[in-house]
Design a protein. Structure first.
Length: 237
């Protein structure tokens, strides 16, 4: 079976799955539209279509330089994710320690910038993949899971199952999570961050240092590659 063409599986497994998830989360927003289904789309399905159109507009604007494209995607991403819930969940059991450090707001801002940078960088590999929405179903009182697949583009490969968890916050819909071939992005992100903290003596501020370093790197095209795994570090004895 041909491996998906959207991301290479070259890093340790958990981080590779994380990058694949991050890639498709916004990469899917930029996918070319497929013919609409006969059924009337639910609000959550229509929401995914709406942000898809916005992403396509950004990708199609040939006047944008890498910095301008990043800024446009940064605005689009942060306007359409539930940053508060995602950032807190990514810390897992270290969320309390981060708040106690007095640097939680700094972490949350860097976290949003980090995710936006990953998405903007990975979109440079877009090759015409298409998003096909299949159905949606309620998940609790305020969330909806939208089921879809990413159809291969010019690079070929197999269709990739992508399930979106959309939540309603303050009367507006937001992306809360995405599941790629069975793996939820939030779980993978939490695993990565927990590893960084644990490998640095459980000092949560080291995660802030890592995010600041990644966010501070130059953009692609004058340009940093996708943020990779942190260097191996030994916890203090």
């Amino acid at each position: 079976m041909t491996a998906p063409s959207i991301a290479a599986w070259t890093w340790p497994l958990s981080l590779s799955r994380l990058v694949l998830s991050l890639t498709i989360l916004l990469g899917s927003l930029a996918l070319a539209a497929v013919p609409a289904r006969a059924a009337t789309p639910t609000p959550a399905e229509a929401y995914v279509d709406q942000i898809t159109d916005k992403a396509i507009t950004i990708l199609s604007d040939k006047t944008l330089k890498p910095e301008g494209r990043y800024e446009a995607f940064h605005t689009l991403i942060l306007a359409n994710i539930d940053l508060d819930r995602i950032a807190a969940f990514a810390l897992g059991r270290y969320a309390g320690a981060m708040r106690a450090s007095g640097r939680y707001d700094e972490y949350k801002t860097l976290f949003g910038d980090y995710i936006a940078r990953v998405y903007a960088s990975r979109l440079s590999g877009y090759s015409g993949e298409k998003l096909k929405i299949l159905k949606s179903m309620a998940h609790g009182s305020s969330d909806t899971v939208v089921f879809s697949t990413v159809q291969p583009g010019a690079a070929g490969g197999d269709p990739i199952p992508v399930n979106w968890r959309v939540t309603e916050k303050d009367g507006a819909q937001k992306i809360l999570d995405v599941q790629i071939v069975g793996a939820w992005m939030s779980i993978e992100q939490q695993s990565q961050f927990s590893s960084i903290i644990a490998n640095n003596g459980r000092d949560v501020t080291k995660l802030i240092d890592y995010l600041r370093e990644e966010v501070g790197a130059p953009l692609e095209g004058g340009a940093n590659p996708v943020p990779g795994p942190p260097p191996k570090q030994t916890a203090p004895q």
